[in-house]
Design a protein around this ligand. Sequence first.
Ligand code: NAD
Length: 486
Amino acid sequence: MSTGTIISCPGGFVDGAEYAHSGAAVYVTNPATGQVFAELPSATEGDVDVAVRAAGRAFDQWSVLAVRKRGELLGRAADHVEGHLDELVPLLTREQGKTLRDARIELTKAVDTLMHYVGLSKALRGAHTPNLDPGIEGIVLRRPLGVVGAIVPWNFPTTLLSNKLAPALIAGNTVVAKPASTTPLTTLRFAELLTEGGLPPGVFNIVTGSGSSTGTALVTHPEIRKIAFTGSTAVGEQIMALAARGTMRVTLELGGSGPMIICDDADLGAAASAASMGRFYNCGQACLAIKRVYVFDSVADEVIDQITAKAKRLRVGRGDAEGAQMGPLHTAAQRDEVARQVERTLAGGGTLTAGGGRPQDPELSDGFFYLPTVIADPPHDAPMAIEEVFGPALPIWRVADLHEAIERANASQFGLGSSVWTRDLRRAREAAQRIEAGYTWINSPTKVYDELPFGGWKSSGYGKEHGQEALDYYTETKSVVIGSTP
Ligand code: NAD
């Protein structure tokens, strides 16, 4: 572990103020340099308990506020965060590794998502059924759940947090969030800014530390009514098993291996750009990234050439370097795992057309960099077809027709994102109907919209984020039948 000047911080944010955790130190590393630059104590079970109790006290006041008022408070707080993006952007780049441009895109989106639910707070309406029987009517009440635990990974620390925080708060819940142990700093500052902006103390609290210790303490705390989790399928399954005790609510946004189908009638240039962007954005570390391409045989050579050329042109560099288009992977372990997946795949066949190793530039040798990589024609049972590849490496397969493409797209345990490129409406409709995934983009880059529900099928998760639907996952309904006798 190489070290320079190390920032120390108390580790937690509870009841509207910094809170000093009492557990073992956790270190934060700059992925572009391999240097540790911050340390913070992790939350013990006792620290988690303090945070959950603070959220429980805040719930009593927050849950009874008018929805409109909750929206006003969250809106003002989000404005305050937006006013501090210049401070947050470099912090996110430093701890996560992404480019400054991508950090700004992420943080802007995190604020947008808060604002989206502020808007929805003005549009919430209930259900009423007259004349269930003569003189008898029904209404459906919606109640917040209580204290929600939000657990997020390191690839998009702030947007994945906002996806949970915004609907949870608007619905009247309070939140204790745990960021990944490697990306705690932006989240802590984000919480502090929301409080400075007027979000009441205790409504949003942060505990930091490892998943196995701090995360488990949050999941098993008896006063947590729901866990909103984003992360790997393996950990999601563990959380679902733990949640079975007490039938705790969970939503799980898990891994993905998004297929892209490129038909022979597609705009090949646009499809190749979307494949490159969809795979290499955020250094390939996105759940909904394009992780498998299936292209019709007759246009495959052209598509492979175009994607390869784009991969080779991408400027890899430190996230804070002028003109860098792709930063490092987040950790050395993550980089090594991607390198192994590429090697194991190539051992079975296929042609490496771009990348396949670390950059030669000595300035990048201490960071966790890996070149944008393209492999043409690997076997259909290659590791990269079966496993999630969480980094900048893209396998491309040739297929005979749409039928084969859809069959192969669906031959995966995952079902999160998917994409199809064609000018034929019948093909587009067929793909949208038959691909087993929570999202299908047709002739469109893989961008997620707050307006539309987002969530995986199969091993990619359970429940939805975004959209009006997300609010359903932060409330319980109660049917009330009202008779006519006074
Ligand atoms: P991870 O599951 O290892 O960690 C995610 C979070 O869970 C971290 O905060 C971690 O500390 C915590 N955690 C780990 N073990 C825990 C436990 N036993 N109990 C409670 N919390 C625990 O995931 P990762 O490797 O850091 O992130 C990458 C994964 O996340 C990929 O699989 C990716 O596809 C997935 N992801 C999914 C989405 C989505 O919306 N579907 C979005 C982004 C990332």
